[in-house]
Design a binder for this molecule. Sequence first.
Ligand code: ADP
Ligand code: MG
Length: 729
Amino acid sequence: MSKNLRFQVVSEAFKKKPIEVPNKEERPSEFFAKYVFTKQKMQQYLPEPVYQKMCEVIDSGATLDFATADAVAAGMKKWAMELGVTHCTHWFQPLTEGTAEKHDAFVEHDGCGGMVEQFSGKQLVQQEPDASSFPSGGIRSTFEARGYSAWDPASPVFVLGDTLMIPTVFISYTGEALDYKAPLKKSLAAVNKAATKVARFFYPDVQSVQTNLGWEQEYFLVDEDLYAARPDLLMTGRTLMGHDSARNQQMDDHYFGAIPQRVAMFMKDLEMQALELGIPCKTRHNEVAPNQFEIAPIFEECNLAVDHNMLLMELMRDIARKHGFRCLLHEKPFAGINGSGKHNNWSLSTNTGILLHNPGKTVTDNLRFVTFIVESLVAVFKHNGLLKASIVSATNAHRLGGHEAPPAIISSFLGKQINELLDNIVENHGDFLNLSGKQSVNVNIPQIPELSVDNSDRNRTSPFAFTGNRFEFRAVGSQANCAAAMIVLNTAMAEALTNFHDRVVKLTDKGVEQQKAIMLVLQEDIKYCRPIRFDGNGYSKEWQTEAAERGLDVQTNVPLILDYYLAPDTVKMFSEMNVLTKAELEARNEIKLDTYTKKIQIEARVFGDLCINHIIPVATRYQTQLIDMVLKTRQIFPEDAAARLCKQNMELIDQIGEHTNSIREMVAELVENRRIANRIEHERSRALAYHDTVAPLLETIRQHVDKLELIVDDELWPLPKYREILFVR
Ligand code: ADP
Ligand code: MG
């Protein structure tokens, strides 16, 4: 019997060899940021006064004038052309999740029938991409299609292939944000303003406070040919069917295991290109699930870190293809094994150090440490629902609440020592001043030196865990733009710090001594945010009940969670902190609902087709073979012998019939429910209809398909199975 296409694809995939990536002659320190217009390159390519002006713009947010912009553009053009660049583009982050670009060549008419290479300050600073096909959530009616992209000098220009890439914000004609970067920058300014005032309570010389982000990016690699043979992966980024592989992650042998050669070459290639683009890659390892991996850079200033993550995701997709892989950034590409997240390590720092770090040496340091920890908790507690809204999506919903990812309840893990400390402060023991930083632990293993351990241990189940000098927000989805979560977290922090500052000042104005005033306000706040502190098992059933009793948001329905974007507390916070207006929030909410609906809509269509065109025909073919066998058995055996011999096959024929019938009926229902939902005008109601009547059917139908996968002859099964997709590398 001829083998089906699946067998050919699988055996070819198994034979693939690693694509060798030669070592570079230079060290990473030498090729780092080779393709980035860094300050060092500015100094080299710009006249001294222009360079000085640019430093001012970058470091203290001064406004860029057109004359300077022209001079900068000239230097940039020279640098870029030396690297063979012919085009430039504004590179922005519309609300579709990815990035967008529109390339223009450097050429202009020279007025004498020829052409010249030209790149002006105007082109650098501002462009007007036709914005009508980007989501705007009703901000910009279609007749006012103009959107502007404007250069963000805080994120350096870089070269990708033959193109000069210019990071920009993207706003409407009337000034509303149509992207992630504009509000992110505003949220960073808000934190800076509020945190600087608070930091000055402790260190009067503080000039500014920077927000840091260190993301850890998880992903899957699957062989490109196997991927191509799975229309569901291709169209939706995840498998909509597929029975568990007998072996998956139960042996715990993939996590931190040796990295397979083909993958190692991909990683090496990726890291070298990322380093050349100024992304400070540092860590790589296998993740928990088979074929799942992680890459993490050293943390950076938040705005830059977000751009670098967006850029890295693009590089990952491209470079994976060069190595015969597809990179899956979907949060849950495979059922039954871990999904992928993007841990956002977040902290604030001044030029002298990290505000969430505690050296434990002086009273001032200790009090500052406690203040920033507590105000982070206040922020997260007050806006726990909104924070969840910032990370939910149709795709991340499959991961949250599964037994590998943070639950769909935001809480914070602090560790024993800090918890006791906060409780002591409320009870006013006052011995908080003796908080120590790292403690030495004698591990008692020969030849192993003393370890210095952080003052918090680890809890993998916590969505917002304190990890020594930062909080780690683990609920962010692997394909999401980190900015969505960072905008909320930063703004909430700015609000909490502003309130904290004002209350302390109110007391000191009344004559209360400052340290005492800080303590009094902290006591209030520690009591207020008590419900967000949870060190137990976030995966447990009991926690869901307890969290609800504590008043934390426990909603799991994505469209309902998205309501938080319009909640009065949200609108008030964003407008007071000057980050997003009510209209902008409404737009964001609408776009998120619409994206939610469309994702499920596409899944439902793809899955319906797969069931009808791939699965049912194959199952029926196998059923026919069985029927044939039964009929022939009856011809050659006496009746009772035939009955005995055919007993099992008769049952199988029956089972296949039941499954295919169910699938057909439910696919019809799926189509009908989609049709009904599509007719609903209002975004929220439509998304809810998709949530209630379409998404659950996908799961139910899948169970029947997965059962058929176990029954039907392996030779006939058309789609690569989990055991093949997940173990080819
Ligand atoms: P983990 O042990 O959580 O897997 P990793 O080393 O994989 O840790 O990643 C931790 C990430 O946190 C890195 O990007 C690291 O640079 C970042 N990080 C470390 N300290 C801070 C900090 N103070 N603020 C923000 N990010 C930080
Ligand atoms: Mg981590």
